[in-house]
Ligand binder design. Structure first.
Ligand SMILES: NC(=O)c1ccc[n+]([C@@H]2O[C@H](COP(=O)([O-])OP(=O)(O)OC[C@H]3O[C@@H](n4cnc5c(N)ncnc54)[C@H](OP(=O)(O)O)[C@@H]3O)[C@@H](O)[C@H]2O)c1
Length: 292
């Protein structure tokens, strides 16, 4: 049977993807930082499905760990780049360490593992890659943060590779899983309020749909596992940007008022000099002339 390497498998969507893969009889290599949770899941999947499951604890933002996982990815028949995280603050309020951490996890790690796995899959003439992206990749639904941009990288890389002649002629296939709000620890970990129920999908549902999709003879390049989110992602992608930016469609963290004190306090308003507005002085009425 094929061996699947799943990142972010200790809980949330990754753990459900691992369950769905084990149910199809695949052996597993499970990656996350929480070694104990991984060990428990591996033992359970072995007992319930008679597969081999190996827990490989690793922090994908640490280069040495990432290289250990890349080594394991060489031999994988299925690679699931699922581990990821969001940020609750908008770009101008985060620390650079927070940005670096998120980009290392959401952008660098999946690209590294894909780079490790793809050549051997092509050589063996079989393989499936699932990159977990988001509807936030389609446009500014998560305004003012780098999260959407990091997920746009995942979608763009998947599409760019999957449409290449080399991949189109090969039985190896890549799929971007374009997810809407899904029940997991994601929002809690990022410190974001949970989504309205109407917009929330069960993690086991999206995992099973995604695993079924990558087992098709011709897997989809971008897969949205819900009609609601297919419509929403289509709208977000094609509507004029000012409409997409309506608060009803967006978690607009940048709309939160700036605190009057503390490290994120708004600079005092004077007549407007270079310090306050960058290199340009404000023009009369400039406050209303916002960037569009
Ligand atoms: N939930 C949603 O609404 C939603 C929507 C769109 C897209 N997504 C995407 O879905 C994917 C899975 O997210 P989720 O919702 O399942 O979130 P989650 O419940 O927070 O799970 C995240 C997983 O990633 C692992 N992880 C986090 N940091 C890591 C690191 N530095 N190194 C290794 N593993 C790490 C976590 O395990 P440890 O803490 O044990 O390391 C956990 O297994 C992410 O790529 C996310 O962007 C989620």
């Amino acid at each position: 049977m094929a061996t699947a390497l799943v990142t972010g498998a200790s809980y949330g969507i990754g753990a459900d993807i691992a369950r769905a893969l084990a149910a199809r009889g695949h052996d597993l290599v499970l990656i996350a930082r929480s070694g104990e949770a991984l060990g428990r899941l591996a033992a359970r999947l072995e007992a319930e499905h008679g597969v081999k499951a190996h827990a490989l604890p690793a922090d994908l933002t640490v280069e040495a760990d990432l290289e250990r996982v890349a080594e394991a990815a060489h031999g994988a028949d299925i690679l699931v780049n699922n581990a990821g995280a969001g940020l609750s603050r908008s770009f101008e309020r985060t620390t650079w360490a927070q940005e670096q951490h998120m980009l290392a996890l959401n952008v660098v790690a999946p690209a590294r593992l894909l780079h490790a796995a793809l050549p051997s899959m092509l050589q063996r003439g079989k393989g499936r890659i699932l990159n977990v992206s988001s509807v936030a990749a389609a446009g500014p639904v998560w305004q003012g943060t780098t999260y959407g941009a990091s997920k746009a990288f995942s979608l763009a890389l998947t599409e760019s590779l999957a449409h290449s002649r080399r991949l189109r002629r090969s039985p190896v296939a890549l799929t971007a899983l374009v997810l809407g709000h899904t029940v997991s620890r994601f929002h809690e970990v990022a410190g974001i309020a949970p989504s309205p129920r109407l917009l929330t999908l069960p993690s086991s549902y999206v995992a099973q749909r995604a695993v079924r999709a990558i087992h098709r003879r011709r897997p989809p390049i971008a897969y949205v596992p819900s009609l609601r989110y297919k419509l929403l992602a289509g709208l977000v992608r094609h509507l004029p940007r000012p409409l997409v930016a309506l608060p009803a469609l967006a978690d607009d963290f940048t709309a939160l008022p700036f605190p009057e004190t503390g490290p994120y306090a708004r600079a005092p308003r004077s007549g407007g000099g270079d310090d306050e507005y960058g290199v340009l002085s404000p023009e009369p009425g400039g406050d209303r002339q916002r960037q569009r």
